[in-house]
Design a protein around this ligand. Structure first.
Ligand code: IPE
Ligand code: IPE
Ligand code: MG
Length: 246
C-alpha cells in the first residue's frame, strides 16, 4: 500500500518502503537567521519549531525511529551566549514536550548527560523513564553527542568488564559494541538527511550510519518542511541498497 503525503496543491506518492530509522542533522539555523539580518539564536528558535513539525509528520507517516542531531560534543566551543541560548531552548523543550510525546512515543537521549545543568539532566532522565514502555515511535535527540565519544565510552565499558573478568577480550564483537552505544536495541540509521549544503556527518552516529543512505540539500533546517521530507523519501525509495551483497 502506497502512502500519500497530503499536500494542498499536489499529492506526492511516497515509496512503499519507508526507512525504519531517519537521522536528521539539523544544520543551517545560524545561516537562516543571518540571511534575515537576525541574531543566530533566532535561527535556533525556528529550527526547534521545525523539529516539532517534522516529528509530527514522521509520526503521521508511521516512521518508527527518528533521531535528531541537536548539539554535538564539539558545539560547546561556540560563544557562551549562543550555547546558553541553545540550552534555554532545550530547557523549554523539556518543559513542554508532553504534547509531542503523546500517543505512545518513546524518548531517548543520545549523548553524555553529565555535562548538562542538573535540572536539565533530571528532566532528561525522567522523560526517558516515563516513556520507556512506549512502542509506537522512538524519538532520539542527540544532545552533547559525538560518535567518537560514544565509541570511546563503549571501549571503556568493555575494557572494564574484561578487567573485572565479566567478559573475555576475544568475546568482544560487533554486537557487544553496539550494546554499549546510546542506541542500544534501536535499529541502525537507514537514511541520513543533512540540510544546509554541507556534505558531511560531523561525528553523527558514525557506527550506526555504516550502511545508511545519504540525502543532502541546500535548504536550511528551519525551511526543511514536510515537502522537503517527501522529496527525501521519494529519493530514498529509488536507492538500491546492497549491504555488500550482489
Ligand atoms: C545547527 O545549526 C544547530 C547546531 C549546531 C546547534 P548551526 O548553528 O550550525 O547553523 P549554521 O551551520 O551556522 O548555519
Ligand atoms: C552539526 O552541525 C551538529 C548539529 C547539527 C547539532 P555543525 O554546524 O556543528 O557541523 P559543522 O561544524 O559544520 O561540521
Ligand atoms: Mg552548522
Amino acid at each position: 500500500m502506497a502512502l500519500f503525503g497530503k499536500k494542498e496543491k499536489e499529492e506526492i506518492v511516497l515509496p512503499e518502503k519507508l526507512p525504519q530509522h531517519i537521522g536528521f542533522i539539523m544544520d543551517g539555523n545560524g545561516r537562516w537567521a543571518k540571511k534575515r539580518g537576525l541574531p543566530r539564536t533566532f535561527g535556533h528558535v525556528e529550527g526547534a519549531k521545525n523539529f516539532r513539525t517534522i516529528v509530527r509528520y514522521c509520526k503521521k507517516l508511521g516512521i518508527q525511529n527518528i533521531s535528531f542531531y541537536a548539539f554535538s560534543t564539539e558545539n560547546w566551543t561556540r560563544p557562551l551566549e549562543e550555547v546558553t541560548a541553545i540550552m534555554n531552548i532545550f530547557r523549554d523543550y523539556l518543559n513542554d514536550v508532553q504534547e509531542l510525546l503523546t500517543e505512545n512515543t518513546k524518548m531517548v537521549f543520545l549523548g553524555d548527560k553529565d555535562k548538562f545543568a542538573p535540572d536539565l539532566r533530571e528532566k532528561m532522565i525522567k522523560l526517558e523513564e516515563d516513556t520507556k514502555d512506549c512502542k509506537e515511535m522512538t524519538l532520539m535527540l542527540a544532545a552533547n553527542y559525538g560518535g567518537r565519544d560514544e565509541l570511546a565510552r563503549a571501549a571503556r565499558i568493555l575494557a572494564k568488564k574484561a578487567a573485572d573478568g565479566e567478559i573475555k577480550p576475544e568475546d568482544i564483537n560487533e554486537q557487544s559494541i553496539a550494546d554499549e552505544l546510546y542506541t542500544k536495541g534501536l535499529p541502525d540509521v537507514d537514511l541520513v538527511i543533512r540540510p544546509s549544503g554541507e556534505y558531511r556527518l560531523s561525528n553523527y552516529l558514525i557506527w550506526q550510519c555504516a550502511y545508511a543512505e545519504y540525502y543532502f540539500t541546500d535548504v536550511l533546517w528551519p525551511d526543511f518542511g514536510t515537502d522537503e521530507l517527501d522529496k527525501a523519501l521519494v529519493e530514498f525509495g529509488k536507492r538500491n541498497r546492497r549491504f555488500g551483497g550482489v
